[in-house]
Design a binder for this molecule. Structure first.
Ligand SMILES: O=C(O)CCC(=O)C(=O)O
Ligand SMILES: [Fe+2]
Length: 337
């Protein structure tokens, strides 16, 4: 519990345990100006401009693996109240948070620090994290969630229902763009949803550590709200580009499973989060994922001459992903045909 960055960071210099080796330090934190991931206005998705929106999303998924959506239909006050309660959670005194602290990666609802397996890490990340399921059975999942702050369950339930709806809407658009039936992703391929809340305190030496080191998300698609503080960077054409925090936007990124199902048409792209010396940052990632026993494989109609991947059971993907996530090529190579 005392290991949470938020419990000890004040008035400290960066400890040895959080200093990255030179080759993976972020070093130069300045990202090129004027380079951004596409911003897509979803208010037009249901009207006569739908085809254009479908094309924009597909193009963004092919070129960047990332895009932002605005006018997405999730009510602003619901996002605001959801975020308030998530921030309040991390501001609670240590004794209130201690009940949920765990270093066991198999724990379904847990507060932790750094990466998935603290004990096995050589260097630790500058982040604390709260993770729990929100779907398929919300009522069942809620029983696992924090009981404090008092409004946590109510506000986060509302937020996660909306995030799931938005995810389903985007997956329908993606299916349409790929020439698949609209409900292609609707069943087992998107049966689960995990909420991962990152809290990153201000850091005394941003050039030597990271909030999250470079990785691809192993799931189907991620719906992320990055709060109002920057730090998220996406690797594109040999350089890191910043993802600007836009008022009332969600960031969407293609997970490894969507790259596989699309037979490499859509790209799951590496991203990382750099630290900041004066501001704390809280972000909420909703990971939409297949059920553990779901078979994932390239869609038949997208295989062309050959399937780029063999079929596998999703839980086997995760078993291979977590020990290898630092190298996306190694992760994906195992499942290539
Ligand atoms: O904090 C962020 O903006 C991104 C977090 C992220 O990449 C993740 O949780 O997988
Ligand atoms: Fe991520």
């Amino acid at each position: 519990m005392g290991k949470l960055v938020s419990s000890w960071y004040k008035n400290k210099t960066l400890p040895e345990s959080h200093i990255f080796p030179p080759e993976t330090r972020p070093g130069n934190l300045i990202v090129p100006r004027g380079k951004n991931i596409p911003v897509i206005d979803l208010s037009e998705a249901e009207g006569r401009n739908r085809t254009r929106i479908v094309q924009q999303i597909l193009k963004a998924g092919e070129e960047y693996g990332f895009f932002q959506v605005v006018n997405h239909g999730v009510p602003e006050d619901l996002i605001k109240e959801g975020f308030e309660v998530l921030e309040e959670f991390f501001e609670m005194p240590d004794e209130d948070k201690a009940i949920l602290y765990s270093e066991d990666p198999t724990n379904r609802c847990r507060l932790s620090t750094s990466g998935v397996n603290y004990a096995r890490e050589k260097v630790h990340l500058w982040r604390d994290n709260l993770k729990h399921p929100c779907h398929p059975d919300l009522q069942d999942c809620i029983q696992l969630w924090p009981q404090k702050p008092k409004r946590y369950r109510e506000k986060v339930a509302k937020f996660s229902i909306e995030a799931k709806k938005l995810g389903s809407r985007i997956l329908e658009i993606v299916a349409e763009g790929l020439g698949l039936e609209r409900g292609y992703f609707g069943d087992k391929l998107s049966e689960s949803m995990l909420l991962s809340v990152n809290h990153y305190p201000p850091c005394p030496d941003p050039s030597s550590t990271l909030r999250i080191s470079k990785h691809c998300d192993p799931y189907l698609i991620t719906i992320l709200h990055q709060g109002g503080v920057n730090g998220l960077q996406v690797f594109n054409n040999g350089e890191w580009i910043g993802v600007e925090p836009l008022h009332n936007a969600f960031v969407v990124n293609i997970g490894n499973q969507l790259q596989i199902i699309s037979n490499d048409k859509l790209k799951s792209v590496e991203h990382r989060v750099v630290t900041n010396s004066n501001l704390a940052r809280t972000s909420a990632a909703f990971f939409i994922a297949p059920s553990g026993d779901c078979v994932v494989e390239p869609a038949k109609s997208l295989m062309g001459d050959a399937a780029a991947y063999r079929g596998f059971v999703f839980k086997d993907f995760l078993l291979h992903y977590f020990p290898n996530f630092k190298n996306n090529q190694v992760v994906m190579e195992r499942f290539r045909s």
